[in-house]
Design a protein around this ligand. Structure first.
Ligand code: ZN
Length: 148
C-alpha cells in the first residue's frame, strides 16, 4: 500500500476493524517514511470462494442464489431485507478466509443464523435443505433440532 502523501511503498497497519455495517474492513495505516496516517477500506471479495456440492461438483459461490433461498424461507415473516443482507455479510466474513466450502457447511451456517432470527424461517429453510417429505419429518426435526 502506497502512502498517499509521499508515495513511499511501506505503510504499517496500526488498527483494523470491521465497519459498522459489516461491508468492509477499515484499516488505519501509517507511512514508515513520513509518518502520515490515513485510512483504507477493504471490501470483501467472495467471488473466489468455491462451493463443493454433492458428487464433487464445484461451483463459484453465488450470493444471489443464497439470498434467494433465504428470501423464500422468510416469505411473509416480519424480517427486513437489510437484516438478511447483514446475515449474509456476516457469514461471508466467516467464509472469507477459506477458499473452499461445501454447500452443506453453507446451509448449516445459514440454519444456525436463522435459528436465532426466526423459528418459522429456520424450519422452512431446513425443510428444503434436509428434503423433508412429510409431516413426520417436520415433527422429528422440531423435536430433535438436529441436522446431519
Ligand atoms: Zn509517506
Amino acid at each position: 500500500m502506497y502512502c498517499i502523501n509521499c508515495w513511499h511503498d511501506n505503510t504499517r497497519v496500526i488498527d483494523s476493524r470491521t465497519s459498522e455495517d459489516w461491508k468492509a474492513i477499515r484499516r488505519r495505516r501509517e507511512c514508515e517514511n513520513c509518518h502520515n496516517r490515513f485510512t483504507t477500506f477493504e471490501k470483501i471479495e467472495t467471488t473466489d470462494l468455491i462451493v463443493e456440492k454433492s458428487w464433487n461438483r464445484k461451483q463459484r459461490y453465488d450470493r444471489d442464489k443464497l439470498e434467494d433461498s433465504i428470501l423464500k424461507a422468510i416469505n411473509k415473516r416480519n424480517i427486513s431485507i437489510s437484516t438478511i443482507n447483514d446475515l449474509i455479510r456476516k457469514l461471508e466474513f466467516k467464509w472469507w478466509t477459506i477458499n473452499e466450502i461445501t454447500s452443506k457447511e453453507i446451509w448449516k451456517d445459514v440454519l444456525e443464523a436463522l435459528h436465532s432470527l426466526d423459528e418459522v424461517a429456520y424450519i422452512r429453510y431446513a425443510s428444503v435443505h434436509l428434503n423433508f417429505e412429510n409431516a413426520n419429518d417436520f415433527i422429528n426435526f422440531i423435536n430433535n433440532k438436529k441436522f446431519n
